[in-house]
Design a protein around this ligand. Structure first.
Ligand SMILES: [Mg+2]
Length: 368
């Protein structure tokens, strides 16, 4: 029997690691050459939990102040209470953005910590509904040439047998429709007819342009059109959804529950990111909200931090097997999962999320 009152949350540490991408990367509305992971570790007695987010190194400052002070000394078993204390602590700073990413990393670390204290795999502590969670290969960057696209898509669809792949479109805010169409055609040719083809415009198109592009891609059996217009344009998302065959999806910039409440009816499938929305505590609430509206949830990026919580979600659709984050998580952790066959299965041996941070591998990339 665990003494629930005696397990106090102790030190909370944050570090940031900036990892150059293996090739320059871009989508329709942004380009980048490095990705920063902010890693949080939380201790209680002899146990330690780990969570992370992808964003500016300044997130680590918010972890140190004001969040660590709001959480330290509370019971490590009452994660929802710690989550609430963190949300209240950022009232004046503002919840969306960096504050919510910091809350998310700590919340995920606290759930991992609790699972390790009670010696359960995290998905068992949360209550697993699914043994496996489907994934889709995600990358297909606009900056890639045809050869880079071929290598990536054929690895997912061929070697790993993942039956869904997603590429970026909306080049230069929708200024190059012709190349978008050529790349969609190439992607379809590369993966064959039995693999589902997805596209993400990252908000690069206008409403009418998105409808025109989706109709032009009809012969390619495009199944998923992500952020065809800005995810802040809810009437625009609704209009595109009504007019096109592919499912319209959005939600990766959701930092709190009201955001998702406003969006859920505007999309076919709600996306959410456990490293942004407020951690596992809030991600489960997003799942409940979506279910009440007859929607599934697709997890955005950070695939290994989504495995357990998506296994615990009855309306889980799939996890984005995002090239950048897969690469970093495989570099930095022991215990990563295989997507072979098109799904991942959280481990039933061991406790917590099952990953062990390889500090020595990460140290050369440390920036804070
Ligand atoms: Mg996206």
């Amino acid at each position: 029997m665990i003494e629930t009152g005696s397990i106090e949350i102790g030190p909370i540490d944050a570090a940031a690691y900036t990892v150059p991408t293996d090739e320059p990367e871009s989508d329709g509305t942004l380009e980048w050459s490095a990705t920063t992971m902010v890693l949080v570790s939380v201790r209680a007695g002899d146990a330690a939990g780990t969570g992370w987010t992808y964003g500016p190194a300044a997130i680590a400052d918010v972890v140190a102040d004001p969040l660590a002070g709001a959480v330290r000394g509370r019971s490590a078993l009452d994660v929802a209470g710690a989550h609430e204390a963190m949300c209240r602590a950022v009232r004046n700073a503002g919840r969306p953005g960096i504050c919510s990413m910091a809350i998310s990393a700590i919340d995920c670390a606290l759930w991992d910590l609790k699972a390790r204290i009670v010696d359960l795999p995290l998905h068992r502590l949360l209550g697993a509904v699914n043994d496996d969670v489907p994934v889709y290969g995600s990358g297909g960057f606009i900056s890639y040439d045809s050869e880079a696209m071929r290598v990536q898509l054929q690895r997912w669809a061929g070697e790993l047998d993942i039956p869904r792949v997603k590429i970026k479109i909306g080049e230069r805010w929708g200024a190059d429709e012709e190349r978008d169409m050529r790349r969609l055609l190439l992607a379809r040719e590369l993966v064959g007819s039995r693999v589902e083809l997805y596209a993400d415009a990252n908000g690069g198109y206008s409403v009418k342009q998105a409808i025109r592009m989706a109709r032009a891609a009809q012969s390619l059996d495009l199944r998923w059109l992500e952020e065809p217009v800005s995810s802040d344009d809810l009437p625009g998302l609704r209009a595109v959804r009504q007019a096109v065959a592919p499912e319209v999806a959005a939600g990766e910039y959701g930092y709190d529950l009201p955001y998702f409440a406003g969006m859920v009816e505007a999309v076919d499938c709600l996306q959410a990111d456990v490293t942004r929305c407020g951690g596992i505590t809030e991600f489960l609430r997003v799942g409940a909200l979506a279910r009440a509206h007859g929607r599934q949830v697709s997890a955005h990026c950070a695939p290994h931090l989504h495995a357990a919580v998506m296994a615990a979600m009855p309306n889980a659709r799939h996890i984005e097997w995002f090239h950048d984050h897969v690469r970093i998580e495989e570099m930095f952790f022991d215990g990563t999962l295989s997507p072979k066959g098109g799904s991942i299965r959280p481990r039933d041996d061991g406790a917590g999320h099952g990953l062990v941070f390889r500090a020595a591998a990460a140290e050369p990339f440390r920036v804070r």
